[in-house]
Structure formats: C-alpha cells, structure tokens
Design a binder for this molecule. Structure first.
Ligand code: SAH
Ligand code: AVI
Length: 310
C-alpha cells in the first residue's frame, strides 16, 4: 500500500466514526505552516513568546545540560524559530536534524538555518514522526543525541499516543541522550480560550485550511463556506477541543467515499492538552524518562523541561 493510499484510508476511517475526526497533522500544508507562524505572532497566543522568553532566560544552563558535540533532533520543527536560540549557544554541535511532515516549509526553513549557521551540518527529514522513520548519519559522530520537541506539540496527542511518542523519542535519544521539551501548563481558562479564538480569526482560518488541504491533496469536496471554527477549553479534561461545525445538512466526499453531515454536527480536528507539572512528569515517567530540570516563566504559563532516560 502506498503512503497516499494509507493516508486516504486513515482519513476515511476517521470520518466514518460516530464523532467524525481528522488528524491534526493535516493542518500542515504550506499554507497551514504559514498560518501557524502567523498564529505564533498573535498577542493572544501566549505559548510561543512565553517559551522563547524561558529559553532566552535560561539558555546558559540549557546549553550546559545539552553539552558538546550533540546531535540535535527536532520533532515538528516548523520554522525552527526557537531552535535559533539553541544553535547560537551550543558549541560544536555534531548535527541539526529537523523532522517535519510539511515538506516545502521544512526544506525552506532548513535552508535558512544553513545560511545563518554555515558551520552546522543540517540534515532535514520529511516524516510523520508518529510512524517509524530513519535518522540520517551526520558527518561527525555525535557524543549524544538530544531530542528537541518545543511548542507543546506533545499536547496535540491523547495520553496513550503521547506516551508512545515519548517512547519513540526515548529510543531516538539513545544511551546518554535526553529530551528537551516545551510543555504548556493549566491556567485560567479565559487565557487559554482566547489563544484558540483569536480576534483576528487566524485560528479559524488555520482550522478551515485543513479542509482546503484535503480538497487539494486527497480529492475531497468540502464546501469551506459551510463549516465554522469552534474551540473550547474542557477544564475537567485539561484540554482545548477544536472542531469544525457543519453549518447545514450537507454531503461531501473524500476520494470515492461520500459522507453526510448534519447541520450542527462536528468534525474533531485537534486536542491541545494543558498539563500540571505532576501530570506531565507521570507521563514522562511512563515513557522511561526522569524530569531533571523544569524552567517556567514568572506566571507559570508554560514550561521547558529537560528529561533524561531512567
Ligand atoms: N516547533 C515549532 C512548530 C510547532 S507547530 C514551534 O514550536 O513553534 C507543529 C509542527 O509539527 C508543524 O511544523 C507540523 O508540520 C509538525 N507536525 C505535526 N504533526 C506532525 C507529524 N505527525 N509528523 C511530523 N511533523 C508533524
Ligand atoms: C502545534 N500546536 C502545539 C498548536 C497548539 O497550540 O496546540 C497548534 C494550534 N492549534 C490551534 N492553534 C495552534
């Protein structure tokens, strides 16, 4: 089975469930990656600026923990924006391996990193990081692997999948390796809700772009005008639930399969989990990691954590 057929099967199967669902990885075509970058500039989207601040305030200690001649493997690297702070401060890096599913955006970002850091061996990998993928061999043998997973992208996975993904990173880190990860924290629901319902409507555009992506690349026939963005923070579950709400009784197709969707019925497109420090530590522990160090901002909105293998 080709990758495209397997993906189409996965999309059709998600839309055939009682709660229709499409994986959040389909947000990220070229336009989706650009829209995500625009979201990170929004005043309401506290995650990026807070994480950048934590990185800047603690970079000397972070660089010390990473050590010399590491290979930095970044999952879901996007525009590699936060990585620049690391690359400026890590000495004698063996290689930088950005891994992302959004191919054109990854290659363009990797080229920008090469231009800014010509001495670093930059080895981009296009892959779905939830599936097995091969890592390239750097020119210089690394002393250790540091997996970098910023942005709280871990929060886009449900508990069991998140633990499996952390296990993959545990494996990729290898002996003596570690994981540097951005983890968003539970807080006043109003702050969270406005980050996912921004006044400029960019999150709505990002959410709807998933349907455009499926129309372009998977022969789908969504009428974008007939869906609306919805995001709500479920405090009991500690997660934002993001959906597309059908604005009419309508029919759409994906490949050869037709679907009916009723007025008001939803398609679940993303969860964004927010953690307590203890809750995240328990998950990390279940994947074989110990939390060695946690850095947060003054308001404890977000955390950056250094996890080592147990
Ligand atoms: N790390 C950046 C970008 C976060 S956005 C930051 O912190 O700002 C999430 C990124 O993960 C996007 O670039 C998206 O293309 C990528 N991504 C999402 N799901 C993925 C998957 N299953 N496999 C590989 N990359 C994925
Ligand atoms: C990539 N990920 C951590 C983002 C988040 O905040 O969950 C994706 C996103 N969804 C809506 N806005 C941003």
């Amino acid at each position: 089975m080709t990758t495209e057929t397997a993906e189409l099967d996965q999309i059709v199967s998600g839309l055939s469930a009682p709660q229709k669902r499409i994986s959040s990885k389909y947000f990220y075509d070229e336009r989706g990656s650009q829209l995500f970058d625009d979201i990170t500039q929004l005043p309401e989207y506290y995650l990026t600026n807070t994480e950048l601040g934590i990185m800047r305030n603690n970079i000397a200690e972070i660089a010390e923990l990473v050590g010399k001649q590491a290979s930095l493997i970044e999952f879901g690297s996007g525009s590699s924006l936060k990585t620049r702070i690391l690359l400026e401060h890590l000495s004698e890096l063996a290689a930088y391996v950005p891994v992302d599913i959004s191919k054109d955006h990854l290659y363009a970002s990797a080229q920008k990193i090469r231009n800014s850091f010509p001495h670093i061996d930059v080895l981009p990998v296009v892959a779905d990081f939830t599936q097995e993928f091969a890592l390239p061999k750097p020119m210089v043998m690394p002393v250790r692997n540091i997996v970098y997973f910023p942005g709280s992208t871990i929060g886009n996975f449900e508990h069991d999948t998140a633990v499996s993904l952390l296990r993959v990173m545990h494996h990729e880190a290898g002996k003596g390796g570690a994981l540097l990860i951005g983890v968003d924290l539970q807080k006043d629901p109003a702050i969270i809700e406005s980050a996912y319902n921004d006044s400029a409507g960019l999150t709505a555009e990002f959410n709807l772009n998933m349907l455009r992506h499926l129309n372009r690349n998977f022969g789908a026939s969504f009428d974008i005008e007939k869906f609306a963005h919805y995001a709500n923070y479920d405090q009991d579950e500690g997660r934002v639930v993001i959906k597309l709400v059908s604005q009419a009784d309508q029919t759409f197709s994906v490949g050869d399969t037709e679907f009916d969707i009723a007025d008001g019925e939803t398609i679940l497109t993303e969860y964004s989990h927010k953690y307590t420090l203890d809750g995240f530590a328990a998950m990390a522990h279940a994947a074989g990691f110990s939390v060695e160090k946690v850095w947060t901002d003054d308001e404890s909105l977000f955390s950056v954590q250094f996890l080592t293998r147990q």
